[in-house]
Structures are given as C-alpha cells and as structure tokens.
Design a protein around this ligand. Structure first.
Ligand code: PMP
Length: 378
C-alpha cells in the first residue's frame, strides 16, 4: 500500500482534532437517541443541553452571546443567510472582489431581487480598498461583506478600519471569518459586526456544521422554513454530534490559537525560504506582513501548477486554477490581485496545519524543487 500523501491543504479542510472526536463520540452512539427539539423527555433535554453548551463555546470564541449564534450546515449557508436574509429591504450590498463564491454568488440573486450591488476592489496584496468603500457608502448605508482572511492567498483584511467606516455610515458589516479563527481573534463586540460566518471543518471540527453570528436585534429573513427551530430563524433538526463537535473545536481554538499562529508562521517562512533558495524567480502572492500563518501561495513562472501536481501524488496541495469545483478558469482571487491567467495557472497554495512539522515543509519544498527540475530536463 502506498503511504498517504503529505497533507498540506488545511485551508480546504482541517482534520478532526482527536479531542473533538472524543467529545462527539458519545453523541454518535445509538444510546444517544433523542431529538434535541423534543421537549417532553429526558433524551431530548440532554441533547438540547449539549447543544446549548456548544452554542456557548461558539459564542465565546468570537465574543458573542449564545443567543446570537445560529447553527447552520456550514459557512456556505451562513454566508447565504447573512446576505440574502440579512439585507434590509431596498439596501445596496457591497462585497469585496475576493470573497468566497458563497458570498459572490449571492450578488446576482440580490440584484434580481432589486438590490443594487457593488464589488470592492483589492490591491496587489489582496487588501480591500477602503477608500472605495467610503465613497460607496457616501451614497447611504449598505450591507457590506468583507472576509476576515482570504482562503486562497491568506490576506488578512483591515477589519477594524472597515468596521469603523461602516459604523460611521450606518452600514451593516458581515465578515466571513472561516479562515482566521484557528489562528487569530475576531471580537464581534469590539468590531460591532452585524453578522459573522464560521465553519467547523476549517477549525479542526467536523464537516457539515457551521454558524452564523447575528447581532442581537438584527432583523433576519430565514432561508429555511419549517418546524420553527432556533427561534424560527433557521428551521431543521440540529445534529447533536456535529454541534457538540463544533463547540469542542471552538473551545480548543481559543486555547491553541496563539501558539498555533506562532508555530505556523515559522513553518510558512521556513517553507518560503527553502523554495526561494532553489527557485529564485518564485513569487509570493498575498501579503507577507498581513497573511494567515498557515497559508503560502506562490506563482511559479512558466509552470502549469495542475500539471506539476500530477508529478507529485505524494503531496496534497491546491492550485490557483481550480478554486471551485467545476470551474476550470483561473481563480477570481488571483485575477483580482492582478495576476495574468498564465500566472494564475502557475500558482500553488500550501495550507499548513496544527500538526505540520519542519520535516514536512522541508520534504514538500524538496519534492517540489525536484519535480520542477525533472520537468526542466525534459
Ligand atoms: N468561506 C470561506 C472563506 C471558505 O474558505 C469556505 C470553504 N472553502 C467557505 C466559506 C464555505 O464553507 P463550508 O465548506 O462550511 O460551506
């Protein structure tokens, strides 16, 4: 049997932390029967209690109150709910050009419903242009969606400054914080955010669960109608094991994020130094100064990264050419920061994680360099 590839795609999905798995295990046992919304028996109450404890953990990670957290199926749903359900009637919607597709795909739908929409340009390192935001908001309040950190190039946005501009303009700010929460902090109170999205499987928690923070008193039109669960704001039976897993992952993130950030920053710089030494024309995409600790996105001039990965079955990496399944075109993020389609096709994303070691990044760098040299020889 061949060994499992070295997993360096943590921005796509993180492994379930063993502690999270242990927290979930009792709720996957057949003995844990009980609909958490069934209020008339003990199995139902016990599940409901476990879910409410998990909700409090999610809230604590971002400085929210438990009543401001809605569980969703993931960040795609949370983003859809914030934009489609959170926009006040007649308000324009502004989103940065490098938002995740689960935000950007809402814009044509909002336009079809009569909302004006605008995209906020970003600079060469992926930082949103806040002067443009000010200009756009001079016309009146809007719902603004600005991610905390980008999932392809890792750029961390100046959220505090954006929040100040939004507050002064009476705008509502939504932030997709999916990528930042395992290594950084976002305090919804300090920023006065209206909405925030997060996802379990980017936080060493389970797939299929996420959450939307919505500030108390913020109006929301539900996307899912049904049995009135979660105070009618998001119908559907909550999956006890997944909610408990997300809660445990949030608790762990709170304990580990500072140490993990230091560890990952050191590894990222070690990886880039090793690559640059052997491949002098390699280019770093995103912001070296304001970047996610675990993310390194590089362009390899003249290379087709997808092709190159075929020579590297022992490494699990992402390219910048297939940012979303089914779209073979170059990534909208790399195009928005000014890369040509050729440069975008020559880009690779390393996503380092909690368990990545120095030996792992050294091996990945050596394997990549070897594969490029082997191609050059042909
Ligand atoms: N936003 C960002 C920034 C992401 O990276 C992702 C996952 N790729 C999502 C949203 C969607 O999250 P989920 O997989 O939970 O739907």
């Amino acid at each position: 049997m061949t060994a499992a590839p070295l997993y360096l795609d943590h921005l796509a999905s993180t492994p379930l932390d063993p502690e999270v798995f242990e927290a979930m295990r009792p709720w996957l046992d057949p003995a844990a029967v009980g609909n958490p919304h069934a209020a008339r028996h003990r199995p139902g109450w016990r599940a409901a209690e476990a879910i409410e404890a998990a909700r409090a953990e999610v809230a604590a990670l971002i400085g929210a109150r438990p009543g401001e957290i809605l569980f969703t199926s993931g960040a795609t749903e949370a983003n859809n709910l914030a934009l489609l359900g959170g926009v006040p009637a007649g308000w324009p919607v502004i989103a940065s050009a490098i938002e995740h597709p689960s935000v950007l795909a809402c814009l044509p739908e909002l336009a079809a419903r009569g909302h004006r929409t605008a995209t906020l340009p970003v600079g060469h390192d992926g930082t949103a242009d806040l002067d443009v935001l000010k200009t756009l908001l001079a016309g009146g309040p809007a719902l603004v969606s600005l991610m905390a950190a980008n999932n392809e190039i890792g750029t961390i946005q100046p959220l505090a400054e954006a929040a100040r501009i939004c507050r002064e303009a009476g705008a509502l700010l939504h932030s997709d914080a999916v990528q930042i929460l395992s290594t950084g902090t976002v305090d919804v109170r300090a920023l006065d955010l209206a909405f925030l999205s997060l996802s379990g499987h980017k936080l060493y928690g389970p797939m299929g669960i996420g959450a939307l923070f919505m500030r108390e008193g913020t109006a929301l039109r539900p996307l899912l109608l049904g049995g009135g669960q979660q105070e009618g704001r998001r119908a559907g039976t909550l999956p006890t094991a997944l909610c408990v897993g997300l809660g445990a992952a949030c608790r762990l993130a709170r304990q580990r994020r500072s140490a993990d950030a230091l560890h990952l920053t050191a590894l990222r710089e070690r990886l880039f130094a090793a690559l640059r030494q052997e491949l002098p024309d390699i280019r770093r995409n995103g912001s070296a100064e304001h970047g996610l600790p675990g993310c390194l996105n590089v362009s390899l001039p003249g290379m087709d990264a997808a092709d190159l990965l075929l020579d590297l079955p022992d490494l699990a990496l992402s390219t910048g050419s297939a940012c979303s399944t089914g779209s073979p075109g170059p990534s909208h993020v790399l195009r928005a920061i000014g890369l040509s389609p050729e440069e975008a096709h020559g880009s690779l994303r390393f996503g380092l994680g909690r368990d990545t070691t120095e030996a792992d990044v050294d091996r990945a760098a050596a394997r990549l360099v070897d594969a490029i040299r082997a191609r050059d020889r042909h």
